[in-house]
Write a new protein. Sequence first.
Length: 299
Amino acid sequence: MEFIDYYKILGLGKTASQEDIKKAYRKLARQHHPDLNPNDKEANKKFQQINEANEVLSDPEKRKKYDQYGENWQHAEQFEKAKQSQRSNAGHEYDFGQGAYSDDFSSGDFSDFFTSMFGRETSGAGRRSAKFRGQDYNASLTISLREAYTTHQHTFTINDRNVRITIPAGISEGQTIKLKGYGSPGMNGGPAGDLYITFHIPKDPVFNRLGDDLYSTIDLDLYTAILGGDKMIDTISGKVKLKVHPETQNGTKTRLKGKGFPIYKKDGSFGDMIITWNIKLPTNLTEKQKALFRELSQS
C-alpha cells in the first residue's frame, strides 16, 4: 500500500499550527462526509484518510514521531531502542540470541535493519534483523438501519485495497469490528497490522432503535380508536395486521414480541417493536357530521 502523506491529505505544510490542522480537518470532513456523498466511493475513502490524518497530526506526540519517521512513526520507540543499543555496542561483537529485544524482534538478519535505518552494519555471530508489526488502520463504514437488520456482504476500498466483509445482522451504531491482517504490511517480514471498522448507522425515518427494540409512532383514526378494529402496520420485516382495542387512548403503547431488531450474533433472537398510537382527529367535517358529534356530546 502506498504511503499516505497526512499533511498533503489536509492540504497543509509541515509548519502548520494546531489551529490550522483543526480548521482544515473540519472543512474537509464536512465536505467529504459519507452522509453528504452517499453514492461517491471516492468521498468515503477520502473521509477515512482525513480522519486518519487528523488523528495523527492533532496529537503533538504522534505528530513529532510522524515528522521524524514518516510511515513508520508507530515504531519510533523501537527504532530508538535499537539505535541506542547500536551506539553502546559500537566496535564490539555481540550475540542478540539471548533476547535483549525479545518483545520487539524475531529471527533473521539483524544487519539488514541497521543498514536500512542507520547506514551501517553490525557484525557478529547470530546476527538478527528487526521484524516489526505493521500499522493498524481505522475506517468508518456507513450503512442504513435496514442494512443492519440483515446479515449481508459489503465491499469497500481502503488505501486502494478492496475489502469484502460479511456484516452480521444486529450491528450497532458506533460498534467496531477488527479484521486481522488487513492493516499496513509489517517491516522485514513482520506481521501485518489490523483493520478496525467503526459502523455509523444514520437515523431511520420510520423506526427508532434503542438496543434491540424498535419504536414507531403510528396514526390511528378516531373511529377505530373508539370502536376498535383491525389496523395494517409496517414492521421492519413487513406488514402485519394488528387488532386495536375499543376506546384506545392517544399515546397508548402496544408491544409486538419478536418484531424488533435481531440480537447481534444470536440467530433467531429478536427484540420487540413498541408502537405508540397517535389518534388523528377528523377534519373537514360536513354539517351533518358535526350535528352527529353534537348529538353524541349531549347524550
